[in-house]
Design a protein. Sequence first.
Length: 581
Amino acid sequence: MKTIFTFLLLIPIFINSQSPVYDSLNINNINARIYSGGLLFADTVNGMSSFEFPTGSGQHSIYTSNIWIGGIGMGGQLHLAGQTFAQGKDFYPGPVSNDWLYPQVHSDWNYVWKVTKDEIDDFISWIPCILNPNCTVPISAIPDVILNWPAHGDPGLGQALNIAPFIDYNGDGMYNPMDGDYPCIKGDMAVFTVFNDDYIHTESHGNPLIVEIRAMHYGFNSSDSALNSTIFSEYTVINFSTQTYNEMYVGVFTDADIGCSDDEYAGCDVERNLGYVFNADAIDDDGCNGATAYGLHPPAQGTVILRGPKKGNDGVDNSVGLDWDGSVNGCNYGDWIMDNEYLGMEYFGYFDRNLPANIFGDPNLAIDFYNYMNGFWLDGTHFTYGGDGHGGALNTNYIFPDYSDSTFHYGTNGTPTSQWSETTEGNIKFDRRYFQSMGEFTMAPMDVQEFTIARVSARDYVGDNLASLELLKSYTDDIHNFYACDTTGMYGMCDGQIVAVLENENTFVNVYPNPSTGILNFNSEVQVERLNIYNILGKVVLAIELNSRSQIDISNLPEGVYLIEFEFKKGLKIVRRVIKE
């Protein structure tokens, strides 16, 4: 049994039937626990795994998982949030809010919101009655999660107005199920959470970034074996700080215990953007520590980066393999369109509690997390090719890629390599934890980045441990084909409820000079009807009916970052970020 400490609050505030702190995503062959503060899968009470695969078996293939995020701010100072086993806490439930109200905000948002497609479809069928004053639908017939969907924050508490994505049935910009509005999700079941790092970091001890992270985890009840063994996680990250972060990375940490935790190997498939753990031998029976062993035919467990953060604009259609930048299997590379690329897996590494802690140990400080995401061991040396990945002559980005990097040699920047895996090296098996990182990118104040990963489980009931690994790779191909570099994110098909913080990619409105000390000029290819100016807290500080005007006077506004929302006919809105000096 693994030792795990938790500081999660268990006091419910909302009066509804949702479980406080966590709920389970259990629509298919995976039963996975999702926590309000970003932690995934661990049973924090019993110190056991809560990622059951197959569902109902009592067997588990992941102990816990979380994300890491870090970048360099003003004065070259590192800002980072990262958690492993919840022995400390860097992430807290809820949106970014006024600090002095934090304890109350924390309690109000210490929830997850779980909803199914069937519940939403049933609600949609009731909308004609809901909107008919002569037809009565009892409130008790509407699921609590639809009534209490966290569509909005409270700007009076410093929260963004728009939080969880929803379908705005009547187009008034506000969520109200009695107007026909309902949650907008992907999959047949989704679990939504929102959390932030704007408080004391007791795990990484890093400087807060002041980012808000919105996560939608979802799955499908499908006859397709790959889809039925996969859960998806889409993340939206918003920089609510007043500084720009450079050299920024996002990492995904996974402790994949295949039943017993002490008989594992780790590896990656570079071109598939896949990190994985598999049983080192054909029988899972070593070091269970209270867990249930798989025995014969143990599965393999993987994490796939489907779409990383957006790559910074450079005026080039970047091509994988020709202009190496760590993207490998990122999205939209080499499609003859410039500046539409999304990053892939740049680094893959592992650590283990049985290996020398000064090199392969758990990260304890912010710099440890950041070094791992940048391809450096805890002793400050770069990942190297061959052996255990430490102390070699050739630097690499990917540990144990097997044969997946032996053709194009992405990880070694073109230097020829051959097959390299834990199996070929004959390494000592034990408790492997792995991480993948995406980067680097820049986030200015109020910038938004989105990325999507999938956790894929595969078990070959006929072959051995290596057969399950090959099945995992086949499932991963299916998931890539299904996802197809979907760049809409969790808000893209939901009436754009992130508009209060997301700048639309349309380019037909220009605002200048930016930064400005007072007078802003703008021009547009389409007639602008009116505009609203929001401060960083989401409050409207200026509203103007434009007619034929093409200038805005913001000289009376305090210095800071603002969002200008331009409104056109037929409800079209475009947002531009400006800085008042």
